[in-house]
Structures are given as structure tokens and as C-alpha cells.
Design a protein around this ligand. Structure first.
Ligand SMILES: Cc1cc2nc3c(=O)[nH]c(=O)nc-3n(C[C@H](O)[C@H](O)[C@H](O)COP(=O)(O)OP(=O)(O)OC[C@H]3O[C@@H](n4cnc5c(N)ncnc54)[C@H](O)[C@@H]3O)c2cc1C
Length: 350
């Protein structure tokens, strides 16, 4: 079999890159071993333009957020499935000073597109403590990443573009004009192997800093149509089920749920919400995060047909579409990669 691209890994990174390849009229084959660690199956899938305790615009917000909703919507159309939920995020203000700051900030041209409304009193909701009001965000929501990946896998299988297998690095032959892998020839191979990049002999020198994350599923009688976010996020799914998360742990990387994470999330949730709830499930995953919190994108320093698209950390949903498009334009037309994501920044480690 001969293809333009062989993609290793079908989490969010591999899926979104593969879709860009197909849209450009090139051919692709995807190899994935579903028994390996997959962060995308666990992710809450949030995309949030205003992040952190300091409530600032997320890195590279404008280009990322301009592209992501149209991209996921067009993918829904192609697959005939829904997995993008546009939903405001409500972030209660910690003090009246912050409320006043935001009164001014929300009128600034750079923030205005992301602010739906500033609530200056607690009258918006009785579900949570929000004595100083809060910020209701625009261009926010979540993607059912698990569903997206499984629907896309079915599509790839139906098209004969999917190999259910563990990629065996010893079988990779690098040639001048491309690569060979068993009976497959490709012009390029793209590794979107998530945290398993640590065992990838061609890219294991990159400074991955995996971060374990756990989240809870809860049941409640409270009915609301926004995502609450302070300390933890609470995403209403359906029938009173909500997702609550997430923890960040870069020390214990064992992929198993812990009672400590459950207690941490329950305590933070109790600080935020006033309604009763019952924990019904707990999930764990390992985020492929990086030393400088920017993705790993670009070509291998020695073998230009070996490419990486990884390191999406805690923000895969918002980073993947824009950087998959940029990576493909780099490989096909020689367009520049943003220097903050280009792995050239780590070539001294090779
Ligand atoms: C608890 C939690 C909450 C999160 N919440 C959010 C959120 O709200 N918003 C957000 O944007 N992000 C969130 N994330 C982060 C998100 O999951 C990641 O950014 C993203 O999913 C990473 O996708 P990926 O494709 O790079 O990696 P993965 O999803 O881990 O996929 C890697 C794939 O490579 C395959 N693979 C690896 N090696 C091989 C091999 N040798 N052969 C074959 N296949 C191989 C694996 O099987 C896997 O399918 C969260 C993560 C966690 C753990």
C-alpha cells in the first residue's frame, strides 16, 4: 500500500491531522493500538478562551478560536454525528475589584468577542456561590472527544484507512524519498503517539512532561445550561449527569484512579456549588504535556520525512485544529511554523 502520510496514533492529534490530510486531497493510513493509553478518551473536552486564576486570554487565543468551531462543525457534518456543544462558561468573580476590572476590560476590542455578559450581582444563579457576580463567556463549550474519536475510527475503517495495531519501531525503514513500514510505503510518517512518545526512539529526546488528570461524573437534581468554573469545572451533560474536574499531578503518573483525587475534587466542588450531588464514576488519563507548555510540531532534525504532532497538554481541543492545518501547510507548501511550537526550539537536546 502506498500513501502520502502514515499517521501513528488516533487520539485527538492523529484524528485532526488525518482529517486535514484528507481534505487536502492527499492519502493517509492511520495505525492505532486502542489498548494503549489515550488521553483523548478521558478528556473533558473543554475549550475556554479565558483561563487561569487570573482570568486572562489563553495563549494564541484569536487564531485558535476563530478556527476551532467551524472545524468541529464541519467534521460533525461529514460524520453525521454531533459532538461539539457550544455552551457559555460562567466564572464567578473572587472580589469586587476583579468585577470592576472586568467592567472595563469587557469593552476592549481584544476581549469583547469572548465576553457574553458581565454579571455584577449574584442574581444569575442560585446553584453556586457568586456573591461578586461573574463572567459569562462566549466562544466556549466542550467537545465529546471520546465520541469524536470513535466515530472517526469507524469512518477510517469503512474507508480502509485504519490499521488496528501497535506500531513497531524496529520495522520502520527510512529512505531518501519517504519511509517504509512493513507493506506500507509513505512519503512521510507523522507521530501523534501521545505520552507514548517517551518510547519513540526518534523523538524520545523531546522534553515531555506528562501530567496525570482525574475527573468525576456526578449525579444531581440541579438543572443548568452553563459550565461553572472556579477551582473546578462542572459540565452539565444530560439527565442530571455532570463531569467535574480535573486534577493535575506530575509526580504520580500511574494510570489508576486515586481516593486523593476524588477527595480533592469533591472538596473543591463543595466550595463552589450549593446543590447536593452523588459521585457515580471516576476516570483517569495522562496528558501529553511539555516542558514549556507548547505543542511539539515539526520535522525530525535528521530525517525530514519523520514528523511529530504531539504535546497538546491540557488544551488539545483548541490547539489541534489550528496546528494540524499549520503543520500540513508547512509540509506541503513550506509555510513557516510558529516558532513557539516548532520542535526546532529543542534541537540542542537531540
Ligand atoms: C482528566 C483529563 C481532562 C482533560 N480535559 C481536557 C479539556 O477539558 N480540554 C482539552 O482540550 N484537553 C483536555 N485534556 C487533554 C487532552 O486529553 C489532550 O490534550 C489530547 O487528548 C491529547 O491527544 P493526543 O492525540 O495527543 O494523545 P492521546 O489521546 O493520548 O492519543 C495517543 C494515541 O496514540 C496511540 N499510540 C501511541 N503509541 C502507539 C503505538 N506504538 N502504536 C499504535 N498506537 C499508538 C494510543 O493508542 C492513543 O490512541 C484532558 C486530559 C485529561 C487526562
Amino acid at each position: 500500500m502506498q500513501v502520502d502520510y502514515l499517521v501513528v496514533g488516533q487520539g485527538l492529534a492523529g484524528t485532526v491531522f488525518c482529517e486535514h490530510v484528507l481534505r487536502s486531497g492527499k492519502t493517509v493510513l492511520v495505525i492505532d493500538d486502542p489498548t494503549l493509553s489515550n488521553s483523548s478518551k478521558v478528556a473533558a473536552g473543554l475549550y475556554n478562551p479565558i483561563t487561569g486564576r487570573k482570568l486572562v486570554k489563553t495563549w494564541n487565543c484569536d487564531p485558535l478560536f476563530e478556527y476551532l468551531i467551524p472545524f468541529y462543525r464541519s467534521l460533525e457534518e461529514k460524520l453525521g454525528q454531533k459532538f461539539l456543544v457550544e455552551m457559555p462558561i460562567y466564572r464567578p468573580f473572587p472580589s469586587t475589584e476583579v468585577l470592576n476590572e472586568w467592567m472595563g476590560k469587557s469593552a476592549e476590542a481584544s476581549y469583547a468577542p469572548y465576553v457574553k455578559e458581565i454579571k455584577s450581582t449574584p442574581s444569575f444563579t442560585d446553584d453556586i456561590s457568586n456573591d461578586c457576580g461573574g463572567l459569562l463567556l462566549n466562544k466556549s463549550g466542550y467537545v465529546h472527544t471520546d465520541k469524536l474519536i470513535s466515530c472517526y475510527r469507524e469512518y477510517l475503517k469503512a474507508e480502509g484507512l485504519f490499521l488496528n495495531d501497535k506500531f513497531d519501531h524496529t520495522q520502520l525503514i527510512i529512505e531518501d524519498g519517504g519511509i517504509r513500514y512493513k507493506e506500507v510505503s509513505a512519503k512521510r510518517i507523522v507521530f501523534s503517539d501521545g505520552k507514548s512518545v517517551q518510547n519513540n526512539p526518534h523523538f524520545d529526546w523531546l522534553p515531555l512532561r506528562p501530567v496525570k488528570g482525574e475527573l468525576l461524573y456526578i449525579r444531581t437534581n440541579a438543572v443548568f445550561g452553563v459550565i461553572y468554573n472556579k477551582g473546578v469545572f462542572v459540565i452539565p451533560l444530560s439527565n442530571g449527569i455532570c463531569k467535574v474536574g480535573a486534577t493535575y499531578d506530575n509526580k504520580n503518573l500511574e494510570e489508576a484512579i486515586t481516593s486523593e483525587a476524588k477527595d480533592e475534587l469533591v472538596n473543591k466542588l463543595k466550595e463552589l456549588v450549593k446543590f447536593d450531588f452523588e459521585v457515580i464514576d471516576q476516570k483517569v488519563g495522562i496528558r501529553p504535556a511539555t516542558k514549556d507548555r507548547k505543542p511539539f510540531v515539526g520535522r525530525h532534525p535528521k530525517f525530514s520525512n519523520l514528523v511529530i504532532f504531539n504535546g497538546l497538554g491540557a488544551k488539545g481541543v483548541s490547539l489541534a485544529p489550528f496546528y494540524a492545518k499549520q503543520l500540513l501547510a508547512h509540509l506541503e507548501q513550506g509555510d513557516e511554523l510558529d516558532k513557539e511550537v516548532n520542535i526546532e526550539r529543542f534541537f540542542s537536546l537531540f
